[in-house]
Write a new protein. Sequence first.
Length: 298
Amino acid sequence: MVKKIIAALILMFLIVFIKETKTFEEIKKVVTDQPKTEIIITGDIMLGRSVMSKSLAKKDFKYPFLRTADILKTADITFGNLENPIIKNCPISNGGFTFCSSPEMISGLTFSGIDIVNLANNHTKNYGNDGLNQTQDYLQKEKIDYVGINNLIIKNVNQTKFGFLGFDFVGKSPNDSDYELIKNSKSQVDVLIIMIHWGNEYVAKSNNIQKEIAKNIINNGGDVIMGGHPHWVQEMDYIDGKPIFYSLGNFVFDQSWSEETKKGLVVRLNYQGKNLLGIDQMPIYMENFGQPKWVDKI
């Protein structure tokens, strides 16, 4: 009896739906014509030190992005890790581990159509809280969103809510408030994309700590994890069907002293609604100093 009632309800729904859409072809069109969303995510972007010096010498603050902006700006959302504070009167330097860039270097980000940057990394506070505050102010002026300060950014594209978070777990572990932020963020969005700074530098494989953190993040609501900090590309994996890129490597950096640090991976996520249709892995190589270009493989 129950089966007959269910069958009758399904038949009534189909009759009403088909009457409304008239033909099978129109029904098919309703499904297949749902708009698709492209999200591009890059590895570490460092616009200071020798990258800034090179841009100044070229008299072009867009120099680092000249060979990649054509693709980056085509995405509905472009997201990357910003590895340096942006401050007024940033000293010109070609060495050291205290990073900064002048505000003019932001023109490369806007030229590339970068919508969101992650500030959760081990160099964000190289110039203290004042440097972080200046960075936020300069990014806001250029209408570039940022994550990584315990904040969620939501982008509503094609009637789908995409959420973005950033975390720095270099030398530290997630705490309960981190996982609570992930849970609360997932409750507000359809898709939650998380960028994490973690792992060991200059190695090609993730470590057990990264894997454990990734598992816990997925269990708490993360849909996609993108990693940075090792400066080398690391492996990609799935946890419960959710993609994990443990390290995308460098995107814009001045580490030209080795082949691996000149390589990187850009990822394009293709969505229809909240469904991930596919992933494009797009390698880059910094043939020119601090300036990536698209390549077939790395």
